[in-house]
Write a protein that binds this ligand. Structure first.
Ligand SMILES: Cc1cc2nc3c(=O)[nH]c(=O)nc-3n(C[C@H](O)[C@H](O)[C@H](O)COP(=O)(O)O)c2cc1C
Length: 325
């Protein structure tokens, strides 16, 4: 399938794997890129420029297809070495960067000069337009359904995507709640040029996470996610578990008095324990409502082949039947 997104990134299928903390390692990114999509290594999981350089090298050894690196800009007491991470990306010859979390304007001149395509992930039309204005090549429009940080506007993709289509000239992909061919075809119908998936890619054979994580997603329904940290205006959609319910109780009890320190036990340092050790109840970890649409744990290639094959059938058979021509 050819879209402006496949053309922009030099990929076969318009399917991107969004950056995911402790999931977006070389194995994940390479599997997605080898299957014709765009895999993405998560920069902050590596943390230092040296470790990121090593992870990029590992990925380059596993695929000769294009892949990207995610740079998430978050407010932090001790910020990561962003200049070092950006230099590493440029020096390693990576050709795509997914930015998220904050306006990437500061880093764009350097990235563009190196010939890197930048796709900015954001959760609103105004931020998408801003990304376009500052020179991003594409946007990943992340609806309220998404796993991770949906922002504070709570606009689901059925509204957000056509609104983005009405305002944007640069190509965009639909993100949040995407699982299968139906997601892809619906996204195309609403003006997107492809889709970005997070949660769905965790439930694959190649995802480099503990089996418990894959099983938790497989067992979860669309009712099993919760929004945490809303009082801190840092809302995150996570899979529920006893720690998450405890966190929500604290939020309810403390109201506007709540500070990050009050919930640090449930959110700080959780990812390696969940993703690597499989300790599923230790704290809050991102997961999308789309878990309800995950029925198996295929290889990435099987998943991608199924999506593209069924998308073709959807467009040529089911939708063609409704044509009035
Ligand atoms: C476990 C997990 C970790 C994530 N970590 C990040 C991250 O570090 N940076 C980022 O930009 N997005 C992160 N995301 C968001 C994804 O890249 C993607 O935008 C989101 O998962 C899309 O929604 P979906 O889960 O419904 O497919 C994460 C998502 C998940 C599920």
């Amino acid at each position: 399938m050819k879209t402006r997104i496949t053309e922009l990134f030099g990929i076969e299928h318009p399917v991107i794997q969004g950056g995911m903390h402790y999931v977006g390692l070389a194995e994940m990114a390479a599997a997605v890129s080898n299957a014709g999509g765009l895999g993405i290594i998560t920069g902050l999981t590596q943390g230092t420029p040296e470790k990121l350089a090593n992870e990029i090298k590992r990925c380059q050894a596993m695929t000769d297809k294009p892949f990207g690196v995610n740079l998430t800009f978050l407010p932090s007491v001790t910020p990561p070495d962003y200049p070092g991470l950006v230099n590493t990306i440029i020096e390693s010859g990576v050709k795509v960067v997914e930015t998220a979390g904050n306006n990437p304007a500061k880093w764009l001149p350097q990235l563009k000069e190196a010939g890197i395509k930048v796709i900015h992930k954001c959760t609103s039309v105004r931020h998408s337009v801003k990304a376009q204005d500052i020179g991003c090549d594409a946007v990943s429009v992340d609806g309220f359904e998404c796993g991770g940080h949906p922002g504070e506007d709570d606009i689901p993709n059925f509204i957000l995507l056509p609104r983005a289509a009405d305002e944007l000239e640069i190509p965009f992909v639909a993100s949040g709640g995407m699982a299968d061919a139906r997601s892809l075809v619906a996204s195309l119908a609403m003006g997107a040029e492809g889709m970005n998936m997070g949660t769905r890619f965790i439930a694959t054979q190649e995802a480099p996470v503990h089996d418990n994580v894959k099983q938790a997603i497989l067992n979860a329904s669309e009712l099993d996610t919760r929004l945490v940290m809303r009082p801190l205006r840092n809302t995150e959609r996570v899979l529920t578990n006893p720690a998450v319910e405890r966190l929500l109780e604290k939020e309810k009890a403390m109201g506007s008095e709540l500070k990050f320190e009050d919930i640090a036990e449930e959110v700080a340092g959780v990812y390696p324990k969940v993703m690597t050790e499989g300790d599923m109840d230790i704290g809050a970890w991102s997961c999308g409502m789309v878990a309800g649409l995950v029925y198996d744990i295929p290889t990435v290639q099987e998943l991608m082949d199924r999506i593209m094959g069924e998308a073709d059938a959807l467009i040529c058979e089911r939708l063609a039947r409704f044509s009035t021509a």
